[in-house]
Design a protein around this ligand. Structure first.
Ligand SMILES: Nc1ncnc2c1ncn2[C@@H]1O[C@H](COP(=O)(O)OP(=O)(O)OP(=O)(O)O)[C@@H](O)[C@H]1O
Ligand SMILES: [Mg+2]
Length: 422
């Protein structure tokens, strides 16, 4: 299905609250193909966030505020001094869940219209309402008309009963509420929410991959998010509460070094696969609490790689198990796209290929122009994808669907779900 995008020239803003970094992109839509030009960027190390959850409201709020200010300042001229009001935010994969529903609506021998599809989506949403979960995405997957299944685009076709297979993504209310509190305190509104792995895919996949089926694995600092695309749509998402920070703490523990030295060693010398040269190469490992000058310590690089590899293998194996157990693997095709900061370890592609038995490539944002080198890598796929989501996929936003099916229900009232609920 072709999604309707926001008009050319619209300005949109994304706020990606990660376990390792917080990033804000403000961008302008430059064409009808869903491409952006960046106007402002802010990013800094996360504070008060652990494995996708807020652990310190004040610290998280402060970091969010600073990040947004930096992006606003950079975009000030283009925004003519207007402050940013609304952002689209990520829902960490660990707080999201996939649900599949099939619902039917009566079309009484008429042709299927946009509104019939929306009625079906609204019906599924009605069935799924619960206090513990918030609806994040309502995504139609395939359609059946009078028993003929596998229809991708039903609009214009005739029949009596339209059935829609719908993928609903819900988010954990209490986790989202904490994130929302930080954002409200920063005087921002949440315009939309998007699951992190979904966003990473929207930023980094080419259309054929989304159509034919593929899996995105976004390895962040504290969370590894999995998103399966098929038929141009998200058909499954899940997550594992493990990421690059776990690799770093394994190194710190294994080599008796500080977390900051472990992080540095990982980035400088780390690898996901061993090579024969590793045995002979010695690296300098500062010992925790020791003076480096008087107690120099050297370790073979193979020791470092031997710590990194099993943890990455574990993450990939857990991802494989999720795909198999959920049945989503059958849609996922042969391709895997790795994003997230932790995907940058050399050799991860090969390791992924081995563990997942699929073709693996590294992904990064491909739809946004003018990003500096430091913010156009795989760690920023989710951030960039939030922009694509808000500009192109309003037809998957639960509140927008309700508002269109019940025009009496004022959009403003339902637009921002938190205002209604809390
Ligand atoms: N060059 C590099 N090589 C290996 N790992 C790296 C590199 N650069 C960053 N990382 C790792 O990437 C991780 C951060 O990734 P990312 O910025 O995608 O996380 P996040 O979005 O903040 O967190 P999450 O999505 O898990 O909440 C850190 O664990 C960091 O160690
Ligand atoms: Mg992330």
């Amino acid at each position: 299905m072709k999604h309707k995008s926001k008009p050319k020239g619209s300005v949109v803003a994304a706020l990606d609250i990660g376990s390792s970094k917080i990033a804000c992109f403000i961008a302008r839509i430059v064409d009808d193909e869903g491409n952006f030009e960046v106007l402002g960027v802010g990013h800094q190390a996360s504070q008060g966030i652990k494995a996708g959850s807020v652990t310190d409201l004040n610290a998280a709020e402060g970091a969010i505020r600073q990040t947004v200010h930096a992006a606003e300042n950079m975009a000030a001229e283009a925004m003519k001094g207007y402050p940013l009001r609304e952002v689209v935010i990520n829902v960490p994969g660990v707080h999201a869940r996939s649900h599949n529903f099939t619902v039917d609506v009566d079309i009484s021998g008429q042709d299927v219209t946009d509104n019939d599809v929306r009625r079906a989506l609204a019906k599924a949403q009605g069935n799924a309402v619960s206090g513990d979960f918030e609806l994040i995405h309502t995504i139609p997957n395939t359609y059946t008309i009078d028993g003929n299944n596998g229809i991708r685009e039903p609009r214009g076709m005739f029949g009596d009963v339209l059935e829609v297979d719908i993928h609903l993504v819900t988010g954990d209310t209490s986790a989202l509420r904490n994130i929302a509190t930080c954002i409200e305190r920063s005087h921002l509104d949440i315009g939309a929410l998007c699951e992190a792995g979904y966003a990473a895919g929207l930023a980094s996949l080419v259309e054929d991959e989304m159509d034919l089926g593929c899996t995105v694995i976004d390895m962040g600092g504290g969370v590894t998010s999995i998103a399966v695309f098929y038929g141009g749509a998200l058909v499954y998402c899940d997550a594992i509460p493990v990421g690059g920070q776990h690799v770093t703490s394994d190194i710190a523990r294994g080599l008796s070094t500080s977390l900051s030295d472990a992080e540095r060693l990982k980035v400088l010398y780390g690898s996901a696969v061993a090579s024969s040269a590793d045995e002979n190469e010695l690296i300098d490992v500062p010992q925790i609490g020791e003076d480096q000058q008087s107690h120099p310590n050297h370790a073979p690089r193979s020791l470092l790689v031997g710590i990194i590899q099993p943890r990455l293998e574990e993450i990939l194996e857990l991802a494989r198990a999720k795909l198999n157990d959920s049945g989503a693997g059958q849609f996922a095709g042969r391709r895997v796209i790795l994003t997230g900061g932790a995907s940058q370890l050399p050799g991860l592609r090969d390791l992924g290929q081995m563990v997942l038995d699929k073709q693996v490539r590294l992904g990064r944002p491909i739809r946004i122009d003018g990003l500096a080198e430091s913010v156009n890598g795989p760690a920023f796929a989710t951030t960039a994808g939030l922009l694509t989501y808000v500009s192109e996929r309003s037809d998957e936003m639960p509140a927008a669907i309700v508002a269109q099916v019940e025009p009496g229900n004022m959009f403003e009232r339902v637009k921002f779900w938190m205002r209604d609920n809390w």
